[in-house]
Ligand binder design. Structure first.
Ligand code: ATR
Length: 272
């Protein structure tokens, strides 16, 4: 019997995780299958339990269950505990280990795929919701000179600054607080791109050699990436690399093997 893994979310039909993990398992010759499960909005826990009873080894958890998954686990990694959200479950004996691989995926994409070391850099992170919270610790662990959290609603950015202040040099403000500053790495972790909107950042934060990153992706550059390009940013990236890298971290947690991500990123880009 093949070891069984899946992604659970609602909706789920759009998920690229089955494609990514199937590519990883073929590349590394693992005897496993990876499916997609539509989790009932009022029955997440029961669906996880059923999968586990059937011998399932691990799950990826996506919208809207990342917080619920956090409450279900028996052990948590530090990065999941601090993110207060779980995107990967591993079932072993009677234990459920919860991990959050999103931040590690972002860091790996920026540093390895986009060839941009984070140490000593000035980073602007836009957004103060779940997506932003999940990447703050892994970014600070790379020792940027400063990590600035900018959010439309200031008090949420301030709260994140307070929570993470002992992990590195972190400050906060609203989107317009930084009109006289520029940054080496600018990351959009707001959900504005989902609404086809701009997060409201002033145009002069971009430098020629800044890396501008949108954690969302679509078949063409997001409105934010287009805005960055129009205002001088020459290096832009969307969230496809992060998506594949966070999957590779989950795969490593489950199978103990690191798959090669570059061919899978290329495969995904050709399909979006
Ligand atoms: P997620 O889990 O994707 O982070 P979330 O927790 O709902 O979703 O957070 C959404 C983030 O995107 C918030 O930081 C939100 O800003 P507010 O705290 O001010 O609501 C931000 N956001 C959403 N739409 C935005 C927009 N049009 N402009 C700027 N920020 C936006």
């Amino acid at each position: 019997m093949l070891d069984s893994y899946a992604v659970i979310g609602n909706p789920i039909s759009h998920s690229k995780s089955p494609l990514i993990h199937t590519a990883f398992s073929q590349q590394t010759n693992q005897s496993m299958q990876y499916d997609a499960i539509l989790g009932p909005l009022d029955g997440f826990q029961a669906a996880v339990e059923k999968f586990r009873q059937q011998g399932g080894k691990g799950l990826n958890v996506t919208v809207p269950f990342k917080l619920e998954a956090y409450r279900l686990i028996t052990h948590l990694t530090e990065r999941a505990s601090i993110a207060q959200a779980v995107n990967t479950l591993k079932f072993e004996n009677n234990e459920i280990l919860g991990d959050n691989t999103d931040g590690a995926g972002l860091v790996r994409d920026i540093e390895w795929n986009l060839d941009t070391p984070i140490a000593g850099k000035r980073i602007l992170l836009m957004g103060a919701g779940g997506a932003a919270r999940g990447v703050i610790l892994p970014l600070l662990q790379q020792k940027p000179s400063v990590l600035v959290i900018a959010n439309r609603t200031l008090h949420k950015a301030r709260a994140l600054q307070q929570q993470f202040t002992s992990y590195g040099n972190i400050t906060s403000g609203n989107m317009m607080s930084f009109s006289n500053e520029n940054f080496d790495i600018i990351i959009n972790a707001t959900s504005a791109s989902l609404q086809d909107a701009l997060p409201g950042l002033p145009a002069h934060v971009f430098m020629d050699n800044s890396l501008t990153y949108d954690m969302m992706y679509r078949h063409e550059p997001t409105p934010f990436l287009k805005f960055a390009q129009q205002n001088g940013a020459q290096r832009i990236a969307d969230g496809v690399g992060m998506l594949v890298e966070q999957a590779a971290e989950s795969f490593f947690l489950w199978r103990g093997i690191r798959p090669q991500t570059k061919p899978v990123i290329a495969l995904l880009k050709s399909q979006i």
